[in-house]
Design a protein around this ligand. Structure first.
Ligand SMILES: Cc1cc2nc3c(=O)[nH]c(=O)nc-3n(C[C@H](O)[C@H](O)[C@H](O)COP(=O)(O)OP(=O)(O)OC[C@H]3O[C@@H](n4cnc5c(N)ncnc54)[C@H](O)[C@@H]3O)c2cc1C
Length: 381
C-alpha cells in the first residue's frame, strides 16, 4: 500500500475498530442508517476534511479525503452512508456566492448542517443527465419545483439537498446540457416534498423524492441560471477519485479476508491456500488492486496540481471498481459456502462493492468518455 497520510489512516482505523462487522451486519439486516458511525466520523472532523479552514474545516487536500474513505472501506465498514457530506459541498465552495459559502459551509464543517443528498437521477434520466424533466420555474423571489428524483441517497438523513432541475425547456437551449440549474434545497419542513425509501440490494439509505410545487428561494440558486450542468460536472472528478479510493479499500478488505481464510481453512488435510487454484485468483486480485491504486494516485496528483484529470479520474474509478469486484469474487470463491453466510461479511461487502460498476457513473459511460475524449473516436450518443 502507498500509505500517504499515515496518521490520518491510523486515526480512521482506530475509529473503525469501534464499529466491527457485527455493527454493519445488524444495520444491513434492518436496512438502518449507521447513525452512531456517522456521528463518530462527524465528531472526529474527518467529514470536514475538504472544507477550507476559514469555514471551519480541516482544509486538507483530496489525497487526505481519499485516505479516509479507503481506510473506512478497508476496515470492512461502508463510507457510502456519509461520503457525500465530504464532497457535495464542493459545488457551493467553487460556485456559490460569498454569502452562500458563509451561510452553509461552517455548519457543514461542524456537522450541524448535513448536505449529503444529491438529486440528479430521475426515473427517465440516469446516464443521460440532460434528459432530466424536474422543473424549477421562476416566480418572483422563488423557484417552484415540480417533478421526481430517484436513487436520491441519504435524503432522509440530510438537511439540505443539492438539486439539479430544468429552468428552461430542452428544445429552447443551444446545447442540450444548457437550461439546467443547481439549487440548495432546505428539506427541513419544505412543503410539497415527499421522500419515499427505496429498498435496494444494499443498505444505502436511498430514496425516491417527489416535488409538488416545492418553493426554493431564488437566493438558493448556485451560480448562474442554466449553467448547472457545468457546475455539477466540475465536482465529478473529485467524486470519482473518492469512490475509487473506497473501491481500493474494499479490494484490500477482500484480499486480506480471503488470504486469512485461505490460511486457516483446512480441506483434504491442508490449508486451502496451499493450492495454487486458490492462491492465484487472490494474487491476481491483489495485482489488479495495486495497479488501480497507481491510477488513483495519478488522478489525485493531477487534481491537486490543478491540472485536467477527467480521463485519469474516470479510469481510476473504473479500474478500482473492477479491482474491488475481482477481489470480491476471489474472496467469495475462497470462502466456498461460508462466503454466502451473513456472519463472514463477505456477501455484504460483495453487494456493497458491486454498486460501483453502476454508480455514480456506469462502466460503459467511462469507456465512452475514454473513447471519445482520449482516443478521439466518434461520439456514440
Ligand atoms: C444504490 C444507488 C445509489 C444512488 N445514489 C444516487 C444519488 O445519491 N443521487 C443521484 O442523482 N443518483 C444516484 N444513483 C443513480 C446512479 O447515478 C444511476 O443509477 C447511474 O447513473 C446509471 O443510470 P441508470 O440507472 O438510469 O441507468 P441507464 O442510464 O438506464 O443505463 C442502464 C445501462 O445501460 C448502459 N448504457 C446506457 N447508455 C449507454 C450508452 N450510450 N452506451 C453504452 N451503455 C449504455 C449503462 O451503462 C447501464 O449499464 C444511485 C444509484 C444506485 C443504484
Amino acid at each position: 500500500m502507498i500509505a500517504r497520510h499515515a496518521e490520518i489512516r491510523a486515526s480512521v482505523q482506530a475509529l473503525c475498530r469501534e464499529f466491527p462487522g457485527s455493527y454493519w451486519r445488524a444495520r444491513d439486516r434492518a436496512r438502518e442508517y449507521p447513525t452512531a458511525f456517522v456521528k463518530a466520523l462527524t465528531d472526529s472532523g474527518m467529514l470536514a476534511a475538504l472544507i477550507p479552514e476559514e469555514y471551519g474545516g480541516a482544509g486538507l487536500p483530496l489525497s487526505a479525503a481519499a485516505a479516509i474513505l479507503e481506510e473506512i472501506h478497508a476496515s470492512g465498514a461502508n463510507g457510502a452512508a456519509c461520503h457525500a457530506q465530504m464532497y457535495t459541498m464542493g459545488t457551493i465552495l467553487r460556485h456559490g456566492s460569498p454569502a452562500q459559502k458563509q451561510l452553509y459551509l461552517p455548519g457543514i464543517a461542524s456537522g450541524a448542517l448535513r448536505l449529503q443528498a444529491f438529486g440528479v437521477t430521475e426515473p427517465d434520466a440516469g446516464s443521460d443527465t440532460s434528459a432530466i424533466r424536474t422543473t424549477a420555474e421562476r416566480r418572483g423571489d422563488v423557484y417552484v419545483v415540480n417533478g421526481q428524483k430517484v436513487w436520491t441517497s441519504r435524503a432522509e438523513h440530510s438537511d439540505l439537498m443539492l438539486l439539479l432541475a430544468r429552468t428552461a425547456p430542452k428544445d429552447t437551449t443551444a446545447k442540450k446540457t444548457d437550461g439546467l440549474s443547481v439549487f440548495v434545497l432546505d428539506m427541513r419542513g419544505a412543503k410539497g416534498l415527499a421522500i419515499r425509501p427505496l429498498r435496494a440490494m444494499l443498505n444505502h439509505a436511498t430514496t425516491e423524492v417527489f416535488f409538488d410545487n416545492v418553493e426554493i428561494p431564488a437566493e438558493n440558486r448556485i451560480g448562474e441560471e442554466g449553467k448547472g450542468f457545468r457546475y455539477i460536472l466540475d465536482g465529478m472528478n473529485a467524486e470519482r477519485i473518492l469512490i475509487a479510493a473506497e473501491c481500493i479499500g474494499d479490494a484490500r478488505w477482500f484480499v486480506e479476508t480471503a488470504s486469512a481464510y485461505a490460511k486457516s481453512r483446512r480441506v483434504f488435510g491442508r490449508p486451502i491456500g496451499q493450492n495454487q487454484g486458490v492462491q492465484f485468483p487472490i494474487a491476481k486480485a491483489y495485482a489488479a488492486m495495486r495497479s488501480a491504486e497507481l491510477m488513483v494516485h495519478e488522478a489525485i496528483r493531477l487534481y491537486e496540481a490543478g491540472e485536467p484529470c477527467g480521463a485519469e479520474a474516470n479510469m481510476a474509478k473504473m479500474l478500482a471498481a473492477d479491482a474491488s469486484w475481482q477481489a470480491g469474487e476471489a474472496c467469495l470463491q475462497t470462502h466456498g459456502g461460508f462466503g454466502f453466510a451473513e456472519e463472514y461479511d463477505v456477501e455484504r461487502k460483495f453487494r456493497e462493492t458491486r454498486l460501483y460498476q453502476v454508480a455514480p457513473i456506469s462502466t460503459n459511460l467511462v469507456l465512452s468518455y475514454i473513447a471519445e475524449h482520449v482516443l478521439g473516436l466518434p461520439r456514440s450518443f
